[in-house]
Design a protein around this ligand. Structure first.
Ligand SMILES: Cc1cc2nc3c(=O)[nH]c(=O)nc-3n(C[C@H](O)[C@H](O)[C@H](O)COP(=O)(O)O)c2cc1C
Length: 168
């Protein structure tokens, strides 16, 4: 179906250029799809609700990973640490096995893949999905959460990965 854009909408190039000014944390959403680990890098992660604890991310309708993620009974949001930019790039690349070395990972008690070296894990059950524009909003109920050794976040800004520099 052809979607008619509202006449007032900005051009995609303007939209991209302006949104690049927005710095974002980086996560990798992982799951086990019939025993096969799947995952993709996302900057569209956000917390949604405290009670109940809900988080969200948006996935492109053209994602080849989404059908496997959607079929999984649970998923994990791996919040990346500042030394994980290569992992983030790998989980955004098509046509490769993202879970072979140098990716280091292990399974949790529920059989979900966890990426070693992440800053935190959010263990989620699927709560809702809503199609919006060319993306799908995925909402998860957080049923478990762990913070790990490295609190420093990986950020993405103007097409590059970087670190958070706090004011003195
Ligand atoms: C920094 C960065 C952030 C990204 N954020 C998202 C995102 O929020 N949602 C999304 O669907 N894809 C996002 N992508 C693209 C996916 O990681 C991946 O490239 C895309 O889903 C294609 O792989 P797939 O077919 O396995 O999904 C991002 C890529 C990068 C490098």
């Amino acid at each position: 179906m052809t979607e008619i854009l509202p006449r007032q909408a900005v051009a995609p190039s303007v939209f991209r250029r302006t949104l690049a000014r927005h710095a974002a944390g980086v996560v990798i959403v992982t799951a086990s799809s019939d025993g096969v680990p799947v995952g993709l890098t996302a900057t569209s992660f956000a917390s949604v609700s405290l009670e109940p604890p809900l988080v969200s991310f948006y996935v492109d309708r053209s994602s080849t990973t989404w059908p496997s993620l959607r079929g999984a009974g649970r998923f994990v949001v791996n919040i990346l640490a500042d030394d994980q930019s290569e992992t983030a790039a790998r989980f955004a690349r098509r046509g490769i096995d993202r879970f072979v070395p140098p990716t280091a990972w292990h399974l949790d008690a529920h059989g979900s893949p966890l990426l070693d070296g992440a800053s935190a894990y959010l263990h989620c059950l699927p709560h809702d999905t809503i199609g919006i524009g060319d993306h799908i909003l995925v909402v998860g109920l957080v049923v478990g959460a762990d913070t790990l050794r490295n609190p420093n976040p990986l950020l993405y800004h103007q097409g590059r990965f970087g670190r958070f520099q706090p004011h003195e």
